[in-house]
Ligand binder design. Sequence first.
Ligand SMILES: [Zn+2]
Length: 181
Amino acid sequence: MKAAVFIERDGVLNEVRVERQHAVSPLTLEEFHVNREVVPLLQKLKAAGLLLLATTNQPGLSRGYQSRRELDRMHELLRATFALDDILVCPHDETDSCSCRRPKPGLLAEAAFKWRLSLDHCFVISDKWQDAEAARAVNCTSLLLQSPWNGTVRHDLVLPDLGAIVDKLLRLRASKPLLAA
Ligand SMILES: [Zn+2]
């Protein structure tokens, strides 16, 4: 069994635009600005033996305003920038009632099957309550970046910056090692 860090794309790996108090996902490669200062932080996680799995809800694929081709271009850039093992996408809209649109934990459960993960030993990094909720449902530890989108659900940890999140995560991992199977 392995351990992974699920990392929300928007607001962590790339910037988002804020419009009328809503975070707006970039729709084109031109609008897609990667947070390069996160690169060395993810390298620390990788060096600790964790798989790096990016997650993203992309309802625009289902609603038709996000082109698959542009999304692929953005994700090529993500893979070229960060040492990601996978990018997990929920392409559905709320009205599709899928099990993978967070706050539902389907995306995490699917990845656990594919990558043979011990979810008890996995972590979720995000700036949104939906990810803390998904993490709670499958026993991952959530570490939220302080943001207007933290909400009021039960959080494991909320920290002011990604450096603090990565340090805390590595301390938690050291205190709860995953025995090789
Ligand atoms: Zn879905």
